[in-house]
Ligand binder design. Structure first.
Ligand code: NAG
Ligand code: NAG
Ligand code: NAG
Ligand code: NAG
Ligand code: NAG
Ligand code: NAG
Length: 623
């Protein structure tokens, strides 16, 4: 038997930019190198810039990174000297920031831009005819959604004011090769993606406007899984367990939709909600049960109890959905409690219950004290099913929704007010549309410092990831088990040489401690915060609790880089319009998506299926 089915996707993107900013400065090379193993992506962005002027010049480095990522390293090389950013606690960094500001210097920022991105920005003074190299590293655990992982590499590169063009041409610009490595070693397979648009290619492009083009390279992939109980890799005393079975029968669900129809939903928002709801109703399976409640300062039932998704019931529910009108205030408390009551009144054996709240505002009617609402909701749900909160737009108190979801085994998602809001709503629903398991518990005898091990529901297309340490690194006593109603299986584990496994553990632990800090109160909150801070410092992660202090050559003040708060309204980056020409809006971004599907993992003895690698271009048509 072979347990080496470690798949490693190394994506290496290099882009050479020949751009000219008058005679000011030149980005003469720009590279993005991203390596993924164990679903953990480490991306290094390197930008080399030369000052062409006869005098010293302030040179800026500005990039966008995914919100889920933690920056872990930043350095600048000037004149043979390296300047490293240092991760400190937010308080310590703030002190440095205050000192810098009192000296009349500005501080760098990381700000929230668009839906999924943050912008990192810093600058440095470079002497006449000297060069500077900026190098930024960030790390993230890729989350499986709807059956795929997505790695986005974002090229928000400076565009010359006179219109610098790039084109991503998959035929001539992209080379792909798969090389097979000894499977008892680090990797069974590696996928390399090189992306080198030439200067010419960067200048000719159908959709490039006067202002040139920015874009993303999105690598979409999934991995082969031989064992339905998951794949456990261990390395240097740490382990990570990926569990994503898909060969199970779906279980029926009971879903209650609680929809805000307060007057703030007026116009496009209520229209999009109606459309999304109708599409979601169309997708319910006949064995599902559902309920529909709308609310403003009162609540309105389509039916008092959950009913089966028969054709007749769906037709009637759609008629109800079409007639949803905006009016009145927002009584979240009463509405969520009623949704919970309906689900509790229909506890069907062998099914999964789900409560979905959609709101665009704060509670303004009935109980409005946030803590009282949270406590009422927690009591009403009593851990029986997850609550998913969808916050529509930026007038919601997202932290309140997030806390309420986390307290009830769910997650909160922001729905951005935009033309595609109905797709966002539908997309979220699809992620939870096919429950395959309930009450999954991972048990690791001989394991400590485990990340979350209990999962109330598992949905098709998603993945459960648990990481931990092996007690005294003694693999003889290490016994992982997957337990869910009717099943208790011991899972084998495989040794790999992958230093990412420890970082996966650190990343997941910090993310979950930050959630715990939000969810809890009192001493437990403080202890989660303290632990999260310690780990962030140890692994050099820029999290909401830490900041990075970027030291610069003598005579210049430090920059302090903070991670923006989750749910902070995105800023429109206009401040750099002068240096960078026009910044594209999110909708201008060109997507070039590559799909590396089903990498073969080379089982021992057997014939390895040829790794199927396809690339898909969203530039025009699929290839
Ligand atoms: C990208 O990073 C990997 C891992 O650090 C390294 O092995 C590889 O040489 C790098 N590729 C380039 C083109 O720099
Ligand atoms: C693969 O690794 C095994 C065990 O380390 C070794 O015995 C074998 O010679 C290697 N094969 C190749 C082709 O390198
Ligand atoms: C789960 O998803 C896989 C593909 O991602 C599909 O083949 C399978 O049929 C799905 N299972 C159910 C129960 O829908
Ligand atoms: C891991 O667990 C051990 C034993 O409970 C504890 O002493 C140690 O501090 C933990 N390490 C981390 C990084 O949490
Ligand atoms: C996890 O599930 C197990 C078994 O159902 C239970 O004994 C344990 O208390 C749960 N732990 C948490 C933290 O919920
Ligand atoms: C799973 O089964 C084994 C053997 O039947 C038993 O020793 C173990 O306690 C069970 N684990 C759980 C979590 O129920």
């Amino acid at each position: 038997m072979c347990f080496c089915w470690f798949v490693c996707v190394c994506v290496c993107v290099n882009m050479f930019i020949q751009s000219h900013y008058g005679d000011d400065w030149d980005i003469y090379s720009f590279h993005i190198n991203s390596t993924v193993s164990s679903r953990y992506a480490t991306t290094v962005i390197t930008s080399r810039v030369a000052n062409r002027m006869d005098e010293s010049k302030e040179i800026e480095f500005q990039v966008r990174i995914p919100k889920n990522a933690f920056i872990s390293k930043f350095r600048m090389f000037i004149d043979g000297q390296a300047y490293d950013g240092v991760v400190k606690s937010k308080e310590a960094a703030k002190q440095q920031y205050t000192d810098a500001v009192s000296q009349g210097q500005s501080a760098g920022i990381v700000s929230s831009v668009g839906r999924t991105l943050e912008e990192f920005k810093t600058s440095v003074n470079v002497a006449a005819h000297k060069k500077v190299t900026f190098e930024l590293t960030y790390e993230e655990l890729l989350k499986r959604k709807l059956g795929k992982y997505e790695l986005s590499l974002i090229f928000v590169q400076p565009i010359a004011p006179n219109g610098f063009l790039m084109v991503f041409d998959i035929y001539s610009g992209l080379f792909l090769s798969l090389s097979r490595v000894n499977k008892s070693e680090f990797c069974c397979y590696q996928a390399w993606v090189y992306f080198y648009p030439t200067e010419d290619q960067q200048k000719t492009c159908d959709r490039c406007g006067e202002q040139g083009m920015n874009g993303d390279l999105v690598i979409v992939y999934d991995v082969n899984r031989d064992n339905s109980f998951g794949d456990i890799k261990k390395s240097s005393g740490y382990f990570v367990h990926h569990f994503a079975p898909s060969n199970l029968a779906r279980i029926p669900k009971n879903v209650a939709f609680v929809i805000d129809q307060s007057s703030s939903m007026h116009g496009r928002k209520i229209q999009q909600t109606r459309t999304a709801l109708i599409r979601i109703l169309n997708d319910l399976a006949e064995e599902d049960h559902f309920g529909l409640i709308t609310f403003d300062s009162s609540i309105f039932h389509w039916k008092r109890e959950l009913v089966q998704a028969t054709e007749e019931n769906l037709a009637s529910a759609k008629t109800f959905a079409l007639q949803i009108q905006d009016r009145g205030a927002t009584d979240i408390n009463q509405a969520v409690l009623e949704g919970a009551r309906m689900l509790n009144a229909n506890p069907r054996e062998g099914s999964a219950s789900i409560l979905i709240l959609l709101t665009d505002g704060d509670p303004t009617s009935g109980v409005t004290n946030l803590e009282v609402i949270q406590s009422n909701v927690r009591k009403a749900i009593a851990g029986e099913f997850p609550l998913y909160c969808l916050g529509f737009g930026f007038d919601v108190n997202f932290e309140f929704l997030e806390k309420m979801s986390l307290q009830n085994n769910g997650v909160a998602r922001r729905i951005y007010e935009d033309s595609d809001a109905e797709l966002q709503l539908k997309g979220f629903y699809e992620e939870v549309a096919t429950p395959l398991l309930t009450d999954v518990t991972m048990v690791y005898e001989g394991g400590i410092n485990l990340t979350q091990t209990n999962f109330s529901q598992y949905y098709n297309g998603s993945e459960i990831v648990v990481a931990g340490q092996i007690t005294d690194n003694d693999i003889r006593t290490f016994t992982p088990q997957v337990v869910f109603p009717g099943t208790n299986v011991t899972v084998e584990s495989a040794d790999v040489a992958d230093s990412n496994i420890q970082r996966v553990w650190a990343y997941l632990t910090v993310k979950q401690l930050l959630e715990k800090e939000l969810r809890l109160s009192g001493p437990e909150k403080e202890s989660a915060k303290k632990e999260a801070l310690e780990l962030s410092l140890k692994y050099s992660f820029v999290t909401p609790l830490t900041s990075m202090v970027v030291t610069k050559p003598p005579g210049e003040s430090s920059d302090v880089l903070h991670k923006p708060k989750e749910g902070e309204a995105p800023q429109t980056p206009t401040s750099n319009a002068r240096q960078y020409g026009l910044m594209p809006t999110v909708s201008d971004i060109l997507w070039l998506s590559g799909r590396v599907s089903h990498l073969s993992t080379g089982r021992s003895g057997g014939q390895s299926p040829a790794p199927a690698v396809k690339f898909q271009s969203v530039l025009g048509q699929d290839t």
